[in-house]
Design a binder for this molecule. Structure first.
Ligand SMILES: *Cc1c(COP(=O)(O)O)cnc(C)c1O
Length: 425
């Protein structure tokens, strides 16, 4: 039986060289996803753009890779923007999202020349205007709209429902006043609208319903206020499967029906077809990433077996946050059948944090393991490293990129010096 490899590299060797827990990304898979976006969306439909949602996973190496692959980047903070700027990411292809942008976020975005700011609150308009006036330019913006769709996902990652903290409501004066304000400003260039229904969606239905609502809005804005929406950002949310042997969601199953709907509605309402932009995050990186852990101990209780590993919610809080599902394998024997101690025993992979909610997998199918064995969780590329913390003063794991049999360290493991840095007496 052969051990687990990722990107052509032996995972046992990776663990020995870089330690555990370890985030391992097959950058070839990320590149393949970017290529799919180019071929199945950008090349297939005219006047389209794609921005990778950096919040799913952003490091300098990742920003560089996204740039090399020809996509743009969506950032949501000063820190994400600085990360992109540090690798000379072309700012015209950066957009900034966020529901509570600070003055510093907006100042940096305007001054560095980001392509679009996605406005999420009326107050932002005055701040954008202030900085773009100083810079002597006009800032291109989109306005984020709440599409009024209750998406079929965990409530913590649904964003498009009426009453969401994100965006301007479709109905009422808030949106119309903001567009009017932007239209009348020399320093703001209103380009269009943005919506995002939620995350980890496997059916395109919510996206289509949202688009239909937005198209009605675009029609009304045109009729009532003679407003032309030149750009429409569809957001992200395309799902990623948990098991690598199951094919993931096909991008075009989302984007083709949306593009057809966009075109047909524009024809029906006699509107110019706006530029369409997508912002996938998870779909680009989730399946490229695995996390390798060492088993610290195994506790066999009457009804449950706990496999405790040397990481947990500090490097992957997603089960704790919204019961994200994962699958794990033994690094030594990835194909070994699951072991069931006495038929029907529940096997739970738990972390080392001092919380009962520190679970990685609630119902794992793993072979018989011993302390010291390595396991790998699949599909941990999105929202793990980027959500990691030093809870319990654990050190954040390193990140390694692997491709074609070669490994490259791209983020060093946190050290005790890093942990104590700036911690003063
Ligand atoms: C989170 C988010 C995305 C990316 O979501 P995924 O589910 O990772 O594709 C895109 N756009 C906006 C505005 C977001 O908030």
């Amino acid at each position: 039986m052969s051990g687990l490899t990722w990107g052509g590299v032996d995972c046992q060797r990776l663990a020995e060289e870089y330690g555990t827990p370890l985030y391992v990304y097959d950058s070839g898979i990320i590149r393949a996803r970017c290529r799919e976006i180019r071929e199945k969306f950008l090349a297939r439909w005219v006047n389209t753009r794609a921005r990778y949602a950096g919040k799913a996973f952003l490091t300098r190496a990742m920003a560089k890779l996204i740039h090399e692959e020809g996509l743009g980047l969506d950032v949501v903070s000063f820190g994400e923007l600085q990360t992109a700027l540090s690798v000379n990411f072309p700012t015209e292809r950066i957009e900034m999202n966020g529901n509570a942008k600070s003055r510093e976020d907006i100042e940096l975005a305007v001054n560095s020349g980001v392509g679009r700011i996605i406005v999420d609150h009326p107050d932002e308009l005055r701040v954008i205007e202030e900085y773009s006036r100083r810079a002597g330019r006009s800032q291109k913006i989109l306005i984020r709209v709440t599409p009024g769709v209750d998406s079929h996902t965990h409530s913590h990652i649904a964003t498009g429902q009426t009453g969401s903290k994100f965006g301007f409501p479709i109905e009422g004066s808030m949106l119309r006043d903001a567009i009017e304000y932007a239209r009348n400003s020399e320093y703001i260039d209103f380009r269009g609208l943005h919506f995002h229904v939620g995350s980890q969606l496997f059916s395109n239905q919510d996206h289509l319903t949202a688009l239909e609502n937005i198209m009605n809005l675009i029609r009304d804005l045109h009729r009532e206020m003679n407003i032309t929406v030149r750009e429409l950002n569809f957001g992200g949310g395309f799902g990623a499967v948990i098991n690598p042997s199951v094919p993931s969601v096909r991008l075009e199953d989302f984007t083709d029906p949306m593009m057809r709907l966009l075109h047909s509605k524009c024809e029906e309402y006699n509107l110019e077809v706006p530029r369409a932009i997508i912002e996938p995050g998870r779909w680009v990186v989730s399946e490229a990433g695995i996390t390798i852990y060492r088993v610290e101990n195994i506790k066999e209780l009457p009804k449950v077996t706990y496999i405790a590993v040397n990481g947990g919610m500090s490097d992957n809080p997603r089960y704790a946050l919204y019961q994200a599902e994962y699958e794990a394998v033994s690094v030594r024997e990835p194909d070994a059948p699951a072991y069931d101690r006495d038929g029907g025993t529940h096997v739970s992979v738990v972390g080392k944090c001092c919380e009962s909610g520190d679970v990685l997998i609630d119902n794992a199918k793993l072979p018989r393991l011993d302390a010291g064995d390595l396991i790998a969780l699949y599909n941990t590329g999105a929202y793990t490293f980027s959500m990691s913390s030093s809870y319990n003063r654990l050190l954040r794991p390193a990140v390694v990129f692997v491709e074609d049999g070669k490994a490259k360290l791209v983020v060093e493991r946190e050290s005790i010096d890093d942990l104590l840095k700036g911690d003063l007496l």
